[in-house]
Design a protein around this ligand. Structure first.
Ligand SMILES: Cc1ncc(COP(=O)(O)O)c(C=O)c1O
Length: 461
């Protein structure tokens, strides 16, 4: 008999026979370590408990299980902890428990969304889930979508499809219109698309942080005079600093009149469209050509779980299909590496699917409603005499003391952020329209009224 090419005494991979006892022991231990870390947040707050993480690189020989678990523990102790109720700085809520399981299953499957033959069930799952979302927001049977690693990539997929659809794929005069409060990643998108910031036209916002329709009309006329070719207008459904919602109805009418692709960046607010809480400005979104929905940012589906939905799937196919010469295809099934920028992709959609199945529409609504309630409670109780408050219909509030000079906003916010973190509250300090603000994001399900009262007391001090 031929000798084995390698030494099988060490277990490196799951076994295709037997009971995988070793793996089960390791998974149990890892679960325990993770859950211990979650519960330690109670005492230690959202910031890392330690400040001494050593990035130890692979040595000649592999390390022991004990070494590795001690390094995992150190990694956890040196990490930001989103489950603490004072974690209110960003759009990074605690992870939904069934999404944690989804990540584990996705890692174990190690299937690849590049192609159907490498991920048969998960390909169907992603396709169906995108269609489910698309129907929920009011798109018709031609619609569908594709998952991607984060809102930036979902938006980029949309913009490339929009430019291709307009026949402007190689035109250096092609421009994109976004509001001045749109996310900074549109600058990155424009660069990736081989354009520069002169191809990104910024539309003014009104005093509620929404795209100003008069300024949009003026800018469109200016573009025509300057022979610039518009490949898309982006409406934001929930701006990053204050959660404002651009006037989708008016923007969509303009897009229809002028035959321009409307993309909605619903990275923050899009998920609200699948349930029935009345949020001002959330209607008419089915008039868009494409919309990004990013459930990682608010309902705790673990990162990353962003979707791009399009009203017509053929726009993605026409843009990204190159043929995959080394991959077989199956009739009526699209290899998902052929409808977006990414090639190999993990089966991340499992955590979105499991998370949503676990919550149901009522669970999603419960989480979203609670975030709005926390925001309302915060706004109702913050001193209006002391602070100027910038917020919209969603769960984000930025604020700053009244009459503070823009130059003093840097020091004030930094001092306040430090003071708050010493009391286990983590807020962010976005720079917005030339000065710094404090921002609170009320997407943390563990944050109760008593925590918000304590936060307000510290802000008032
Ligand atoms: C409105 C908006 N769009 C896009 C993005 C980018 O999303 P991601 O960080 O998932 O790429 C963000 C990030 O916070 C955002 O707030």
């Amino acid at each position: 008999m031929a000798e084995d090419l390698i030494n099988y005494k060490d277990i490196y991979f799951p076994s295709y026979l037997g009971t995988n006892d070793k793996l089960i022991t390791l998974l149990n231990r890892a679960s325990q370590t993770l859950c211990d870390w979650f519960s330690k947040a109670d005492k230690n707050g959202p910031l890392p408990f330690d400040d001494n993480f050593k990035c130890i690189m692979p040595a000649e020989d592999g390390n022991s299980e004990e070494d590795l678990f001690s390094e995992i523990e150190s990694l956890l102790n040196n990490s930001f902890n989103p489950v603490h109720p004072g974690s209110l700085a960003h759009l990074d809520p605690p992870p939904l428990i069934f999404s944690i399981l989804g990540d584990l299953i996705a890692a174990g499957l190690n299937n690849n969304l590049l192609a159907y033959e490498l991920s048969p069930s998960v390909t169907l799952l992603e396709e169906s889930l995108c269609k489910w979302f698309a129907k929920k927001i009011g798109f018709n049977d031609l619609s569908g979508g594709i998952a991607a690693s984060g809102g930036t990539l979902s938006n980029l997929n949309a913009l490339i499809a929009a430019r291709n659809n307009a026949g402007l794929a190689t035109n250096p005069n092609s421009v994109l219109l976004v509001s001045e409060d749109a996310h900074s990643s549109f600058v990155k998108c424009i660069r990736v698309m081989g354009l520069d910031t002169t191809n990104l036209v910024r539309i003014k916002t009104d005093n509620q942080g929404r795209m100003d329709i008069n300024d949009l009309r003026k800018s469109l006329d200016k573009c025509t005079i300057e022979n610039k070719k518009i490949f898309a207008i982006v409406a934001t459904l929930g701006t990053t600093v204050r959660g404002a919602i651009d006037p989708v109805k008016e923007i969509s009418e303009i897009c229809k009149e002028r035959n321009i692709w409307l993309h909605i960046d619903g990275s923050i607010g899009g998920i609200f469209a699948v349930i029935s809480i009345p949020i001002k400005g959330l209607n008419n979104i089915n008039q868009a050509n494409s919309i990004t929905i990013n459930p990682q940012k608010i309902i705790g589906i673990t990162k990353t779980s962003s979707l791009l939905l399009v009203s017509n799937m053929s726009t993605l196919e026409n843009t990204f299909n190159t043929g995959l010469p080394y991959i077989s295809s199956k009739e009526n099934i699209i290899n998902r590496g052929e409808i977006g920028i990414q090639g190999s992709r993990p089966a991340e959609v499992i955590k979105l699917w499991l998370g949503l199945r676990f919550l149901g529409l009522n669970g999603i609504e419960n989480i979203l409603k609670s975030s709005i309630k926390r925001k309302d409670f915060f706004i109702k109780n913050i001193s209006k005499n002391k602070f100027d408050i910038y917020s919209g219909p969603l769960h984000i509030v930025s604020f700053i003391p009244k009459k503070l000079d823009p130059e003093d906003s840097d020091t004030w916010t930094q001092t306040k952020v430090n003071e708050l973190i010493n009391n286990n509250f983590m807020l962010s300090r976005p720079k917005f329209k030339g000065r710094y603000f404090l921002r609170v994001v009320m997407g943390n399900y563990n944050t109760k009224e008593s925590h918000i009262e304590e936060l307000l007391r510290l802000l008032d001090a």
